[in-house]
Design a protein around this ligand. Sequence first.
Ligand SMILES: [Fe+2]
Ligand SMILES: [Fe+2]
Length: 226
Amino acid sequence: MLLLVNIILAATLIWLACKYFDLKQSLSPSENRFANLINSVSSIIDVVEGYKKSHSKEVADIAIKIAEKTSMSIKQKKSLEIAAKLHDVGMLMVMNDVIKGRHKLKGEDLSLMRNHPLLAEHYLKQDAHISDEVPTIIRWHHERWDGFGYPDSLRGEQIPLASRILAIADAVSSMRSQRNYRKKNYKSDQDIINELKQQAGLQFDPFLIKIAVSILEQANIGAEEN
Ligand SMILES: [Fe+2]
Ligand SMILES: [Fe+2]
């Protein structure tokens, strides 16, 4: 009898799960297509920038983990996720050898590269499917807490929370990858944690760095236990 009840229960759960996925597909096919398109564009950006792994998606994953520990709304987190996946879309309009750091950037090349947040903002604002928050978050993803970033040299909390989170997530994922323009290599998440702590209050928001460090430490503990 108990076995029969369990079988009926399991069959009901499977039926409900199937209905849920059917409903999800039928209710939002355009949303799914939009999400797929964002993922495809983010993969193209990664290839153009010379990343050997899925950098933009990793930035989005880290950014959302940090955002979960703040008071951001679901809508703001969704905008942050899209902004993270498209954060360097402006780089598609920058010359290939400039992007890949084949030579030290100076003069015109440097200003061209530093324009990529503005290029992204300009083009994304024209897309009716993308919320206005997304280009705004991207515009300020290279600002620094100490005011020495670009393009607007904003300082501290003048930089929107989502852009501050994106800056940290981008840095963590970038430090996990081999980059031509960087002399220093980070062999482990512990090296990255040390770097983040050094940059708290300089490049990054010190409060958000505490959150990011605790997330990375938890992930390290999880990896060691497995
Ligand atoms: Fe960027
Ligand atoms: Fe990036």
